[in-house]
Design a protein around this ligand. Sequence first.
Ligand code: NI
Length: 184
Amino acid sequence: MILPVYLYGQPVLRKVAEEIDENYEGLHQLIEDMYETMYKSDGIGLAAPQIGLSIRLFVIDATPMEEDYPELKDFKKVFINAEILEIYGDEMDESEGCLSLPGIRENVTRQSKIRIIYQDENFVEHDETYIGFAARVIQHEYDHTEGTLFIDHLSQLKKRFLKGKLNSISKGNVDVNYRIKSQK
Ligand code: NI
């Protein structure tokens, strides 16, 4: 089932999300629905707060970009209760967008390596390191579970410049081909 994507301005996007365990009802269906919603909206990642659930869950399928970024090869994963233990490496600038912020794309500076612990959809624990664009996508989605959006990483000047656009987005004045939930 395709779920509505919550747009900028919805309070759930600003909450620190809660951990879940294997008793979370309907988890496997939820994961399936999140992938379906993400594919429909041409995203490469989707976090539960973006569909209105304040839980520590995000899904990624970055394989459509694997030709440009070898580190994304076969990178399709479910992250539950993730915790980034370390962010390190060189600072890199890359353009980012977000399904909750349609029409906005900006360069975001992030460090190029992370170490993360998380559970997969079967609640098996993982302790892994990621580099480059994979580390970036994870940081972006992880931020959602912390109530942070990529625009929070921009300069004050850039943010001021985006104010009008953000206001429109929060009112649902966007041109997208996926279901949305906004103030209107
Ligand atoms: Ni996002």
